[in-house]
Design a protein around this ligand. Structure first.
Ligand code: ADP
Length: 497
């Protein structure tokens, strides 16, 4: 059996694929292993899926390599683009089931899955479909007797390892640019959330991709993930996840075939509110910046710095705003915050909350479990947090916000940059000069002004410092999946007699 009948509260019954998607078919793993995936709202098992081990990675890589050598290299850019656009259309057509499965397996609010994850995934696939026939080289004039041109060639077989916080969106961010540029992929979903990736895999076949071009496997990091990053026949690995694991992926790549590596890792992003900010607006973006997706965003605005003139007022009103975030059943219509994804994440976050309390930060609101079933945590705001506290330095990946006061612009640029991470930052001010000066001085791959989390497939996203290597999205991501070949043709006489 490589599928099972399941049901979601919003769609009723549906057929959930459970196999490994290799060569356009759902198959069992070579070793016949399976693992369970848990509904984070109820802590109950949803179903079991087939588990890939290193042997299945070998099978998937062989399928991908064959597809690359025999079919995909010969495909026209125009057709690659058409297939991606078709896949985007199918994402939109199947939005109800994709969003429902995302909510079931991940716990994110259905309104978010439907309003953001699935449409953004479709938008990303369509955008890269548009790029497929616009990958161009250059002609370089070196001298009249030589004709030199460059080609942007695909890298080949790409291993892609994605996390559980945006299962479908990360699927699209990885597959879009890789396929547009002519690569083939073996993508491993996160073990906490394998289901939506498999529903999306069934759309790959329906869109008409040749077998082996896109392979999707479920499995664990230490086995299947490690097999991808150390594989001798994978030419490139793209990873999104924690910085700790990012280092391991890079080491494995370095210790095997020196495959190309791009990493999108963690963050501890500063969200800076100046005295002159439109305070209501700032509160709403700060709230969204930390509590969107239950704080499970690598770019979450988890360090909030408020200038002294408005600090007390801001904290009071932000607290009131956070209390309005409806926490509960992610299938509920007005739910903003569902459960954390797993027991492990729940425990980690509660551990940080205890740390914060012990260290002497003030709990303005939250700080406890919500309800008695499921991995729900109250939106939590700590004030009076100092730079040396763990809750100000380490990525919590949950609905926990640390606030501190600052006095001057100079001071906040230094404090804002006081992190080993550099993924994102935001500035709230009505002074354009302040906004631009600070934006230019912050060491982060993305800076938002008077907003937060404005991710868009046309705009590059990625990290400074230990937040990553390479950029996803936009034209920039094409560079992750192409290599430049220079061809020089001698037109004149022999150069050296
Ligand atoms: P988190 O801590 O948020 O769960 P991880 O970085 O552990 O994030 O996981 C992100 C992805 O990396 C998942 O798909 C996971 O299976 C995978 N992964 C975990 N450990 C390894 C590893 N050693 N090598 C390769 N991939 C891994």
């Amino acid at each position: 059996m490589t599928s099972i009948e399941l049901s979601t509260p919003s769609t009723g019954k549906y057929t959930q694929p459970t196999g490994l998607f290799i060569n356009n078919e759902f198959v069992k793993g070579v070793e016949g292993k399976t693992f369970e995936t848990i509904n984070p709202s109820t802590e109950e098992v949803i179903c079991s899926v087939h588990e890939a081990t290193d042997k299945d990675v070998d099978v998937a890589v062989a399928a991908a390599r064959k597809a690359y050598d025999t079919v995909w290299r010969k495909e026209t850019p125009e057709n690659r683009g058409k297939l991606l656009v078709k896949l985007a259309d199918l994402f939109e057509k199947n939005i109800d089931i994709l969003a429902a499965v995302e909510t079931l397996d991940n716990g994110k609010a259905l309104s978010m899955a439907k309003g953001a994850d699935v449409p953004m995934a479709a938008g990303c696939l369509r955008y890269y479909g548009g790029w497929a026939d616009k990958i161009e080289g250059k002609v370089i004039d070196t001298n009249p007797d030589t004709f030199t041109y460059t080609r942007q060639e695909p890298i080949g077989v790409c291993g892609q390892i994605i996390p559980w916080n945006f299962p479908l969106l990360m699927w699209a961010w990885k597959i879009g640019p890789a396929i547009a540029t002519g690569n083939v992929v073996v993508l491993k979903s996160a073990e906490q959330t394998p289901l939506s990736a498999l529903v999306a895999a069934s759309l790959v076949k329906e869109a008409g991709f040749p077998p082996g071009v896109i392979n999707i496997i479920s499995g664990f990091g230490k086995t299947a993930g490690a097999a991808i990053s150390s594989h001798m026949d994978i030419d490139k690995v793209a990873f999104t996840g924690s910085t700790v694991v990012g280092r391991q992926v890079m080491k494995a790549a370095a210790g095997s075939n020196l495959k190309k590596v791009t990493l999108e890792l963690g963050g501890k992003s500063p969200n800076i509110v100046f005295n002159d900010a439109d305070i209501e607006n700032a509160i709403s973006w700060v709230n969204f910046g930390i509590f969107f997706n239950h704080g499970q965003c690598c770019c979450a605005g988890s360090r909030v710095y408020v200038q002294s003139g408005i600090y007390d007022n801001f904290v009071e009103r932000f607290k009131a705003r956070a209390l309005q975030n409806k926490v509960g059943d992610p299938f509920g219509e007005d739910t903003f915050q569902g459960p954390q994804v797993s027991q492990l994440q729940y425990d980690r976050i509660m551990g940080y909350i205890q740390e914060g309390k012990k260290a002497g930060a003030k709990v303005e609101t939250g700080g406890e479990r919500h309800g008695d079933k499921g991995y729900f945590i109250q939106p939590t705001i700590f004030s009076n947090v100092t730079e040396d506290m763990k809750i100000m330095q380490e990525e919590i990946f949950g609905p926990v916000c640390s606030i501190a006061k600052f006095e001057t612009e100079e001071e906040i640029i230094a404090t804002g940059n006081n992190s080993t991470y550099g993924l994102a930052a935001a500035i709230h001010t009505t002074n354009l000069n302040t906004a631009l000066r600070v934006a230019n001085s912050i060491h982060a791959g993305t800076v938002w002004v008077n907003s937060y989390n404005l991710l868009h497939h046309q705009v590059p996203f990625g990290g400074y410092k230990e937040s990553g290597i390479g950029r996803e999205l936009g034209e920039a991501a094409l560079a992750n999946y192409t290599q430049t070949k220079s061809v020089s043709i001698r037109l004149g006489d022999a150069l050296f007699g």
